[in-house]
Design a protein around this ligand. Structure first.
Ligand SMILES: C[S@@+](CC[C@H](N)C(=O)[O-])C[C@H]1O[C@@H](n2cnc3c(N)ncnc32)[C@H](O)[C@@H]1O
Length: 257
């Protein structure tokens, strides 16, 4: 009979969570980089939307830093089906990757049953463990019309995976009441040649998952065109992928209504 410790150690996790002496075996340990997101110290009373939330590290962070309401949205149903449409050439790899969520559910079903969970969504599991009251909705960044407005909207490490980052940013704008925090990975290097230029390099044929490497200038320009009044690059950092020990270049955008 499996238990929570085995699920933390051997289950399929995207984020590393610490819980009662356990650390989940995630691909990314956000705790090591949290200072670069330049969050406020306190989100007391704020409503927060986390788009492309995955395991929900940022949703949990916001709720444990005072947020009154947090909604996580993700296109992943955690039932083994594909979360997004990858390049055709690499579709089989993504199908295999997403099937692992169904495998995780079967392997650890007694643990999920214990918490009355019907799939391997780790945001819902962490929410149960911590008793936070975070909401989750299966949905797409391309249509946020049903979720309404939130004081703070986050969209971390998603834009580069999308065919259409422009529509995504427009949708984030409509969902934002005060501030939108967008983190971009696979980011274009800010060399003297491309600094502030609005560039997007297609790289879908390389990774199948990250369609574009975006420059800071491109994301800033898209935010401004969407209607954000002030757009700042809050930080730049490299994050380690724990599966491959590779560093992934990031920048963080703070956009204000
Ligand atoms: C690279 S992960 C980033 C997770 C988390 N935000 C972070 O920064 O660690 C991208 C997430 O976006 C989700 N996703 C992909 N396409 C999406 C879409 N069109 N709408 C909403 N979520 C999407 C994926 O299922 C995945 O959970």
């Amino acid at each position: 009979m499996c238990n929570l410790q085995e699920l933390f150690e051997k289950g399929r996790w995207y984020h590393c969570f610490q819980y009662e002496g356990l650390i989940s075996n995630g691909t990314y340990n956000i705790a090591e980089h949290i200072q670069y997101y330049k969050f406020d110290n306190d989100y007391a009373g704020k409503t927060v939307l986390d788009v492309g939330c995955s395991d929900g590290y940022f949703s949990v962070w916001m709720k444990t830093h005072g947020a009154a309401r947090v909604l996580g949205v993700d296109s992943n149903k955690y039932d083994g089906s594909l979360a997004f449409s990858p390049s055709n050439a690499y579709k089989h790899l993504h199908e295999e990757k997403y099937a692992l969520y169904a495998d995780d559910y079967s392997a650890f079903k007694p643990v999920y049953d214990q918490y009355r969970l019907k799939n391997s969504n780790k945001l819902l599991l962490m929410d149960k463990l911590l008793g936070l009251g975070i909401e989750f909705q299966n949905g797409s960044v391309y249509d946020l019309s049903s979720v309404g407005e939130f004081d703070v909207v986050m969209c971390n490490d998603l834009l580069e995976h999308l065919r259409d980052p422009i529509t995504a940013i427009e949708q984030l704008f409509f969902a934002t009441r005060e501030k939108c925090i967008i983190t971009v990975s696979s980011a274009m290097k800010t060399g003297w040649l491309n600094r502030n230029k609005p560039l997007a390099r297609y790289q879908g044929h390389i990774s199948g998952g990250s369609f574009f490497s975006l420059s800071e200038g491109a994301v800033k320009a898209m935010c401004q065109s969407a209607g954000f009044k002030k757009v700042e690059i809050a930080s730049r950092f490299d994050m380690k992928n724990r599966r491959h020990s590779e560093m992934n270049r990031h920048f963080v955008v703070h956009a204000y209504k």
